[in-house]
Design a protein around this ligand. Structure first.
Ligand SMILES: Cc1ncc(COP(=O)(O)O)c(C=O)c1O
Length: 506
């Protein structure tokens, strides 16, 4: 063991606190090793991971075929610039295009970058006048300025204005509102087929098909952000195939390289032609190692029949969850496509994450009250079984502590494991304490304003509206010829304010 490998969790955390910028709220666990759906910390404690790599490790931790593909590649060629051809990148693009709509690929390193590429390509393709992009409330497209402006969630804009001009927002699922926001300056629609961070909100065939129709009628490009839904999670290669609605562009990242950094934009060939040399680039995009991993990812899914297995695993999760929903009336809704699962509770549910961690299970909570599971496609039946026992007990126990007027607290069924104080107890106690102190938030989105504070939320909403107004002003400057109907704009802004105050968007 090297000196670094010998550091304890406590020592590692203290190095972090001193030397790493604190823009993430991190759990007090230092992970050192993973295999499949299991992961271990510095002290050798084992965790079953129902949220591996925040959706990136779709084949679990360190999948064998990806590890060996990377090992082989790293000995031959680590990086060459995109001024040269490299076999792996071309073959990877071919494989992605053959499994999607047969267009062409641009490679980058992350989801935000893939969306930036899509935004630029949309503007380039539509010409200077049709620069506006319609996106949806509750969506999440990344943290760079273009992707952030596309993300219609006020809390992520707070303090960062002015936003990039040229975005308008509609409620997710509302076709009428979407159509109302389309004007002469609109060139594209960008949407997640299933909103991930927004709480696993499923767009559905009707809404997505309606967007396709609007795009066709108004000559808009339809862009699907499949950063979270992509590469097999839904039981199909891409989320759009699940709903039978084809986009003109598609963005991918997260699981694309089986856990290594990688992103891609897929575009229909006639659209892709508008991205000419000099207009966009990414130094590390499509590098040989990412490409080798990306190829191995697609091959593994095929060779191991994982699309089919995902559908079977999805059923197992669905059975557990429908039983749990029958038992706990505090579960408002279970939303699931393949192994993308959201369980919406009536109350803030971050405590359930702590309860699961105490029992050695890693899960996530988004939007305050949606428990999110993004398990690996190759998770075993017995892992689903043991993880869901822990999860179900944590949810039941949590729900039993909630007082619902007129309802008796739910009871723990007799077949449940007895409440055990496990080796994970210490960490969970800290998390419990943190949850009580309102400290634990989604570590990917740590700088959110306090969602429970209505006043602050309203302030943030007002800020976005101001920015929206500023953006509209700029658009008008840029866009002398665009015929923007003032009355209609005012209506849109009024409506945005109302929409933002609605709790359920999808
Ligand atoms: C749908 C979606 N798009 C884009 C992103 C941004 O990806 P990245 O963090 O790789 O930039 C995310 C990240 O969670 C996402 O879920």
């Amino acid at each position: 063991m090297t000196a670094i490998e010998k550091l304890s969790s406590e020592e590692s955390v203290s190095i972090f606190e001193k030397h790493v910028i604190g823009n993430y709220r991190r759990y007090p666990v230092n992970l050192v090793r993973g295999s499949g759906s299991r992961v271990w910390d510095s002290e050798g404690r084992e965790y079953l991971d129902f949220f591996p790599g925040w959706g990136c490790n779709l084949l679990g931790h360190c999948p064998e075929k990806i590890v060996s593909a990377v090992q082989r590649q790293v000995e031959k060629l680590i990086h060459v610039p995109n001024t040269w051809h490299m076999t792996q990148q071309g073959v990877w693009a071919q494989m992605l295009n053959e499994r999607s709509f047969g267009g062409q690929a641009f490679f980058c390193n992350s989801g935000a970058e893939a969306n930036e590429a899509a935004i630029k390509l949309a503007r380039l393709h539509q010409g200077g006048e049709r620069f506006k992009i319609l996106t949806f409330q509750g969506g999440f497209h990344g943290r760079t300025f273009g992707a952030l402006a596309a993300t219609a969630q006020p809390k992520y804009h707070a303090g960062l204005g002015p936003m990039l001009a040229g975005f308008s927002y509609a409620p997710f699922g509302d076709l009428v509102a979407a159509e109302r926001r389309i004007d002469g300056a609109t060139g594209a629609i960008l949407v997640e087929p299933i909103q991930g961070e927004g709480g696993v909100q499923i767009g559905g065939a009707e809404f997505l098909g309606g967007l396709r129709r609007l795009a066709d009628e108004h000559n808009l490009l339809l862009i699907f952000d499949e950063v979270q839904t992509g590469c097999g999670r839904t039981g199909d290669w891409f989320g759009y195939q699940h709903f039978g609605v084809e986009p003109d562009m598609l963005t991918l990242a997260k699981s694309l390289c089986g856990g290594l950094a990688g992103g891609a934009l897929l575009a229909k060939t006639e659209v892709a032609q508008s991205l000419v040399p000099g207009m966009h680039a990414s130094t590390f995009g499509g590098n040989p190692i990412a490409a080798a991993a990306g190829i191995a990812m697609l091959e593994t899914i095929e060779e191991e029949g994982l699309l089919e297995r995902t559908k079977q695993n999805a059923e197992l999760f669905a059975n557990w969850l429908s039983q749990l929903q029958d038992e706990c009336e505090q579960i408002r809704e279970v939303r699931q496509v393949g192994v993308m699962i959201g369980i919406e509770l009536e109350h803030d549910a971050s405590e359930v994450v702590a309860k699961c961690l105490e029992q050695g299970l890693l899960v996530n909570c988004t939007q305050g009250n949606v428990l999110r599971l993004l398990p690996a496609m190759n998770i075993s039946e017995s892992e689903i079984e043991s993880g869901m026992q822990i999860f179900a007990k944590a949810v039941r126990d949590f729900c039993a502590t909630l007082v619902i007027p007129g309802a008796a607290p739910t009871t723990t069924p007799a077949n449940d494991e007895p409440d055990q104080k496990t080796e994970h107890g210490e960490v969970a106690e800290q998390l419990d304490q943190a949850a009580e102190d309102d400290e634990v938030v989604d570590p990917d989105y740590p700088e959110e304003s306090d969602a429970s504070d209505l006043e602050e939320e309203e302030l943030a909403d007002d800020k976005v509206l101001e920015e929206d107004e500023a953006a509209e002003g700029e658009e008008e400057e840029y866009e002398e010829e665009a015929e923007l109907d003032d009355g209609d704009d005012e209506f849109e802004e009024d409506e945005l304010e109302e929409d933002d105050s609605e709790a359920a968007l999808g």
